[in-house]
Design a protein around this ligand. Structure first.
Ligand SMILES: *[C@@H]1O[C@H](CO)[C@@H](O)[C@H](O)[C@H]1NC(C)=O
Length: 396
């Protein structure tokens, strides 16, 4: 109270505590003045003091951390969370807009969008569990007061795996071509199978009759492709194996890979003549160079293992050596000398066909040459008859 003169007293109402509009927005005070008479008289006055809001409350989220799960195949544009922050202030001081906190990664800004006014959060890009399994979205709610105040929360988003990856099969090592004589148990290839999904979606089941399964540490499956039977290039020169891997997702996905395994020839087939005995008859006056016959052997192998050369290995009688010769390459047998029925009427030749493999293999056949008689001998006449003719001279 300040008194300026005796009749007037100025009363000053002074704040002794801070105001809080949010607790008491209007104060009603009754001012009573009492005089000193007996009985005393009183005058009153009511003071209504409304408190004008100041921006002294920050927006608040009802939790500091929210957890959400979203399947990785969520369609871009899906609203998956509704933010609600409250602010106890009034008017513009309680108007909130939502945003990512400063310093949030560009990746998150590319993938998610917040509606500034409504507080809806939607996806704008595709999620991929195999890439990132969870996101931490730091969010701010800011009011429009001067100066503005803000509250924060974080939204932990867990991406849920969906079976969107088929198992992959790849070759870690491959020893091809495989030699035909490779033994049973030989490891032809090492394969790896894996699935990028997790849980049942990434659990791989595999099949192939000639595959031995071995599980490795890192969850991938390592397969050894092992020979379980001996190979025969002459029957199957190239094996095409299809490896199929299926995961345990619902629905399951399948990955396949084709392996082409060619077999390299081994010299496991001997040359074979198309006849075991060739029978030929020639007149004894057949001229030198005459074709006796042509023998032919084939070899089921390949390349040098099937290249055949011919030779005569045995002749009965041995004098036949001067009578015929064989062309080592073509198998043509020709006369190289004169035949004489009166001397030898049948020759027996043993012919060998040998391939060029290592070691080489051979096959044999027989050629029987029959010599046919020709009237090449004049009858022998006695000298007593000829003499008169030989020594006859006509008389002059
Ligand atoms: C808390 O906030 C969340 C997210 O905005 C909302 O879904 C939920 O209903 C709120 N809880 C209460 C009790 O208000």
């Amino acid at each position: 109270m300040k008194s300026k003169d005796e009749n007037k007293i100025a009363v000053l109402l002074v704040l002794t505590k801070a105001l809080d509009r949010e607790t008491i927005p209007v104060h009603r005070l009754v001012l009573t003045a009492t005089d000193g008479g007996r009985p005393s008289l009183t005058g009153t006055m009511e003071l209504v003091i409304s408190v004008v809001d100041a921006n002294d409350n920050a927006p608040q989220f009802n939790q500091s951390v929210y957890k959400v799960q979203l399947p990785e195949n969520t369609v871009p544009g899906t609203v998956f969370f509704q933010l609600t922050a409250t602010d106890k202030d009034e008017g513009i001081n309680r108007e909130i807009y939502y945003a990512f906190s400063d310093g949030i990664s560009a990746k998150i800004q590319d993938l998610f969008k917040i509606d500034e006014k409504l507080g809806e959060i939607r996806t704008v890009g595709e999620l991929d569990f195999e890439d990132i399994q969870s996101y931490d979205l730091e969010i701010e709610a800011r009011d429009k007061g001067t100066p503005p105040l803000s509250g924060h929360c974080s939204l932990v988003l867990e991406v849920v795996d969906v079976n969107d990856n088929a198992p992959e099969v790849w070759v870690t090592s491959l020893s091809v071509p495989v030699p035909e004589d490779a033994s049973v148990g030989t490891v032809v290839a090492l394969l790896s199978v894996s699935d990028r999904d997790s849980g049942a979606n990434g659990r791989v089941r595999c099949w192939h009759f000639s595959v031995d399964l071995q599980k490795s540490n890192d969850g991938n499956i390592e397969l050894e492709l092992v020979l379980t039977k001996s190979l025969d290039r002459e029957t199957i020169p190239v094996h095409r194996l299809v490896l199929t891997a299926t995961d345990g997702g619902r629905p399951s996905l399948t990955g396949t890979m084709e392996l082409v395994i060619s077999v390299v020839d081994a010299n496991d087939n001997a040359p074979q003549f198309n006849q075991s005995v060739y029978k030929v008859a020639l007149p004894e006056n057949a001229t030198e160079g005459t074709l006796v016959t042509r023998v032919n052997a084939t070899d089921a192998d390949e390349g040098i293992n099937s290249e055949v050369t011919y030779a005569v290995t045995n002749i009965i009688p041995p004098s036949g050596r001067d009578v015929i010769s064989i062309n080592a390459k073509t198998g043509e047998i020709r006369l190289t000398g004169a035949l004489d029925f009166e001397e030898v009427s049948v020759f027996n030749f043993r012919i060998e066909a040998r391939d060029q493999g290592t070691p080489s293999l051979s096959g044999h056949c027989k050629v029987v040459l029959e010599v046919l008689d020709v009237n090449d001998n004049t009858p022998e006449v006695s000298g007593s008859l000829l003499k008169p003719l030989l020594f006859h001279f006509p008389c002059k």
